[in-house]
Design a protein. Structure first.
Length: 354
C-alpha cells in the first residue's frame, strides 16, 4: 500500500529549500508514494515546476502563524502517513501543532540553515523554541555534517533524532535548462563573474562588491553579475555607486533559469558568511563553471572537500588567474558520487517510508 506523503513549504517564491522539495516531488517513486504538497501561500515562480500528478493544497495564508486552523483542517482531511516541512519557522510551527495531529502521523523537519548563525541578533525566544520543539519532531534532516553538529552542540538535539542527507543534484535537468537559452550576458567580450542568492546580509555581497576594485587591477574588462532579489538590494546598489562600479557590477534580479548564466560565466563566487548547503555552488560545479568560495560556516567546505576542490576555499578575495581554470573530470565524478539524484532520493525514500 502506498504511503501518503505531504511536503510543506511556506511559498514557492524562489529559494534553494523550495527547489529541493520540488526535486523530491518530481523524483520520488509513484509506486511507493501518494504525493501531496501543502503551501502556506501558493505564490512565486516555482508554481509551474510542481509535477502535475502531485496534489496541491493552498492554505491561502499570508503568514505561517495565521495558518493554525487551515493546517489542522488539512491534516485531518488528508491524513498523511508522513509530513515533511522545511525552513526553521515553519518547522517549529508544525512541531508545536503535532499534539493536535492524528497520533500515527510521522513528522519530519528539514533544517534549511545553520541555526546558531541564522538566529544571531534575533530574540532569544527563537533559541528557546529550537531547543524546546525541534527534539519533538520524529526526525530532523540536516543538509550537512556541520549543520547536524550545530544542532547537537548549540540546541541539545540528540544525535539519534537527526539524519544527514545532502541536497540532490538533478544533473540532467540542470543541463537541459542550461542549454535552453542563449548567452544572457550583454556582452560576450570580457570576463563575466556571477554570484547567486537572495540579497540579504548573510550572502556577503557587500564584501564581494568591495573586492571588485582589486579584481579590476587584474582584469580591467571584468563584470560582476549578481543574480537574485531581496530587501538588501538598495543598500548594495548604494555601495556599488559609492565605489564608482556602475559599469562593473550589475544587478540582474531573480532569474528563473540561473543555469544558463552559470554556463556562460567565467567564474562563480560564493561570498556568504554562512550557508547550510549552497545549492548554487552545487549547480555551478554541475555546469562545469570554475568556482571559488570564501571560507564560511556551514556545508560549503564539505562540498569543496568532497569534489576535491579544497584549494578553492579562500580566506579572502586574493584574485588569481588560477581561479578561472576549468575543473577536471574528477570533480564531476565525485559530484555524482556524493550528490547524485538517485542516491539522495533513495535516502529520502527510506526515511519517508520508515
Amino acid at each position: 500500500m502506498k504511503k501518503k506523503i505531504m511536503l510543506v513549504v511556506p511559498s514557492l517564491r524562489g529559494g534553494g529549500a523550495e527547489r529541493v522539495m520540488l526535486t523530491l516531488l518530481k523524483h520520488l517513486d509513484r509506486e511507493r508514494f501518494d504525493l501531496h504538497l501543502a503551501v502556506v501561500s501558493k505564490e512565486g515562480p516555482y508554481i509551474k515546476d510542481i509535477p502535475e500528478d502531485v496534489t496541491v493544497h493552498d492554505l491561502k495564508s499570508k503568514r505561517v502563524r495565521n495558518s493554525f486552523l487551515p493546517f489542522l483542517r488539512l491534516v485531518w482531511s488528508v491524513k498523511p502517513d508522513t509530513m515533511m516541512s522545511t525552513l526553521g519557522h515553519l518547522n517549529i510551527f508544525l512541531v508545536a501543532l503535532k499534539p493536535f495531529f492524528p497520533g500515527n502521523l510521522k513528522l519530519l523537519v528539514r533544517e534549511g540553515s545553520i541555526a546558531s548563525q541564522s538566529l544571531q541578533g534575533k530574540s532569544k525566544i527563537w533559541s528557546f523554541l529550537y531547543k524546546t520543539f525541534y527534539k519533538k519532531a520524529d526526525k530532523i534532516v540536516c543538509q550537512s555534517v556541520y549543520m547536524m553538529e550545530d544542532l547537537r552542540k548549540n540546541f541539545a538535539i540528540p544525535s539519534e533524532k537527526m539524519v544527514q542527507i545532502y541536497n540532490p543534484v538533478d544533473i540532467e535537468a540542470i543541463w537541459e535548462k542550461a542549454e535552453s537559452s542563449a548567452n544572457p550576458y550583454k556582452t560576450k567580450v570580457g570576463t563575466n563573474i556571477v554570484a547567486i542568492g537572495r540579497l540579504n546580509p548573510v550572502k556577503g555581497f557587500d564584501r564581494l562588491i568591495e573586492a571588485v576594485p582589486d579584481l579590476l587591477k587584474m582584469k580591467s574588462d571584468a563584470r560582476l553579475w549578481i543574480i537574485g532579489g531581496g530587501a538588501g538590494e538598495e543598500d548594495l546598489i548604494k555601495l556599488r555607486n559609492r565605489l564608482g562600479l556602475q559599469e562593473h557590477v550589475v544587478f540582474a534580479g531573480f532569474q528563473d533559469n540561473p543555469f544558463v548564466w552559470l554556463k556562460h560565466a567565467d567564474l562563480f563566487v560564493l561570498s556568504s558568511y554562512y550557508e547550510g548547503l549552497p545549492n548554487a555552488l552545487l549547480e555551478a560545479i554541475t555546469i562545469g563553471c570554475p568556482v571559488i568560495t570564501i571560507e564560511n560556516a556551514g556545508g560549503a567546505g564539505e562540498i569543496m572537500q568532497l569534489t576535491h576542490q579544497s584549494d578553492r576555499v579562500q580566506k579572502r578575495f586574493a584574485w588569481s588567474e588560477e581561479w578561472f581554470v576549468k575543473p577536471g573530470p574528477q570533480v564531476f565524478k565525485s559530484l555524482g558520487d556524493n550528490f547524485g539524484l538517485n542516491s539522495i532520493i533513495a535516502k529520502y525514500s527510506k526515511i519517508l517510508e520508515e
